[in-house]
Design a protein around this ligand. Sequence first.
Ligand code: NAD
Length: 505
Amino acid sequence: MTGLKRAGHWIGGGEAPGGSGRRSEIFDPATGEVAGHVDLASAEEVDAAVAAAAAAFPAWRDASLTKRTQVLFRFRELMHAHRGEVAELISSEHGKVRSDALGEVARGLEVVEFACGIPHLLKGGFSENVSTGVDSFSIRQPLGVVAGITPFNFPAMVPMWMYPVAIACGNAFVLKPSERDPSASLLMARLWKEAGLPDGVFNVVQGDKVAVDRLLEHPDVRAVSFVGSTPIARYVYETGTRHGKRVQALGGAKNHMLVLPDADLDLVADAAVNAGFGSAGERCMAISVVLAVDPVGDELVGKIVERVGALTVGPGDDPESQMGPLVTGVHRDKVASYLDTAVTEGAKLVVDGRDTPVKGGATAAETPGFWLGPTVIDHVRPGSAVHRDEIFGPVLSIVRVSSYDEGLEIINEVEYGNGTAVFTNDGGAARRFQNEVEVGMVGVNVPIPVPMAFYSFGGWKSSLFGDTHVHGTEGVHFYTRGKVVTSRWPDPSHGGVNLGFPTNK
Ligand code: NAD
């Protein structure tokens, strides 16, 4: 066991090694070797984290807006100063290249910066004299203990979509990160403590379904934010709401890029390669399908293949690597199985990522670790498994379509509705697309249209269960309850007894 790391919990302001006797392996995806273990919480350990949060809530809720903001500013500075360390942890457990890991920390920090404006965001409305001598005003108050359950692919950014806003609003937070890359959450917990956040306001429980189920059932957890795959998102939404909780559950994706014939094909090829293979395609906003409107297909595929051939695949800690390995061997095998499925379904495997050299050496298939190079599949049939399923790896499908209308119909028939993009120089066509497409986040000549922190992030259809998106003003609404106060201060000439329903006077 010597030399292996161990990731435990963080409860009530300090490390809490797991005591359930259950644990799971943490891998180094670049070598395939076991790098350590993560403790998997029992229901009792989840209860301890919720109890710590519940105990911390009353004082934090009453902390002034100025005090809360000061802690957030300090946390922002500490996260920024430690961004290299956070990125290194992410890269070592997830496999993504260092520059990409730094990018996710930067996008997460934008939400902290947004939350630093909480005094403004929590301002209510005030109406003087709604009736003679009567004023009304609205306030938003925190919920209490709230939980976040997050996926493996953004171990820092996705939790940061949630906890800065939740904590700024005055809630206490329990995070259940992915068991595949748990270490970044513990570093973030230490930085919160250093920033002056009172103990118990931010807690981490490592775990699997046992921990998730307890959070969903626990009577003191008021709201749950979830990000992960669609089947689990649906389960979390249904179970959490059945237990009376507010739930926002973001699910999987299959994002299409529609390329109209007037588009600049060099721009499109760059965008498709960046959005298809960045982070080895393990992004919920990755482009996984290019819809090429006739007659651009052949030329566009040629340009994409040329660029893919120049990509450097290698370990995340090598500054020359542009794309790292996949997260686990099981996931890599599942993704790679779609290459054979594609051929069976009659599509054409134009670039086979199993043959890609890793760091200029042996092929992905022959190198130890969870490797699969960028893969391009042409002539994919709409509705086939390769087109329909969320593969969540470095596999870019090309579907040939004859018109804008055919492309739009394909996008709108897909089960998911997370992100999409249109590439064109025609403003009218782009405007029509943004109006007609049934997807929550739309790019116009922008392949990964992730909204800034001051807008809200979320998809449509099976990409989101619930009705609020994360961060931005929708995040503030999710983590608070509205209240309206109607007040009258005694006046020498009161109106006397009147049993009628109050109306304006
Ligand atoms: P996942 O659904 O397997 O896991 C997500 C979380 O749920 C983890 O914390 C995990 O421990 C927990 N979990 C897993 N199985 C569970 C079960 N049976 N019961 C209860 N909890 C369970 O997702 P993942 O593989 O970690 O992440 C990849 C998925 O996340 C992809 O589908 C991707 O599209 C999606 N994702 C979506 C968004 C978005 O914004 N919509 C963002 C990032 C990732």
